[in-house]
Ligand binder design. Structure first.
Ligand SMILES: [Zn+2]
Length: 200
């Protein structure tokens, strides 16, 4: 019967300088692999205020306060993305209405030429079985296709929204950089084994 071997050993020091950043590995005892591993912060003191994220410890209180500042900005960003989405959908809908297509093959040919569909004819047939033409086509706000199909007021509205969105996204990433994170001290793993191993 297959069993799995679990091994844990310290790979780093927590903030009170104890070797309590642990690595855990599970390897099934068959030869075709499938080992998984993860790290955890096992210090009771440190884990009250910090959590492990990759090679860093992240301060929970600092993250909470930054996320609270970010929340209203995320709402703004979502609203800008929604407005950009309905602008491009409006242009796409108009394009579909302006073209009367007698066959699906002609839909595909015209949409592909216009840059509104990138898949094969077979994929298009499949998509169209369950979706309307507007749902199948894609129009991106920053594409030449959009600039070719939109009116000048739609283009300027879109540019303004994209600029607003970019500004908010920059504010969000600047705030995120302010979350307190500390790189934990990695232990010298080459010493493992010579000191009697670290298996638990
Ligand atoms: Zn600690």
């Amino acid at each position: 019967m297959a069993t799995t071997e679990h091994v844990s050993w310290p790979v780093g020091n927590c903030l009170c300088d104890k070797p309590l950043v642990m690595n855990h590995t599970s390897s099934p005892d068959h030869p075709w692999g499938g080992a998984t591993s993860y790290r955890s912060l096992d210090c009771g003191e440190c884990s009250k205020a910090w959590y492990l994220s990759g090679s860093h410890l992240v301060n929970l209180a600092s993250e909470r306060s930054v996320e609270a500042q970010i929340a209203p900005l995320e709402k703004q960003a979502t609203s800008f993305r929604t407005q950009i989405g309905s602008l491009t959908q409006g242009v796409l809908k108009r394009w579909c209405e302006q073209h009367g297509f007698p066959t699906k093959k002609q839909e595909w040919e015209t949409a592909s030429t216009a840059g509104l569909y990138t898949g094969t004819l077979q994929a298009f047939y499949k998509d169209r079985q369950t979706k309307s033409l507007v749902q199948v086509l894609r129009l991106f706000a920053d594409s030449d296709t959009f600039r070719g199909l939109a009116s000048s007021s739609e283009k300027s509205d879109c540019q303004r929204l994209q600029a607003d969105l970019k500004k908010v996204e920059q504010q969000i990433s600047e705030l995120r950089r302010g979350i307190q994170r500390v790189r934990y001290k990695e232990l010298d793993l080459s010493a493992r084994g010579s000191t009697g191993g670290g298996q638990s």
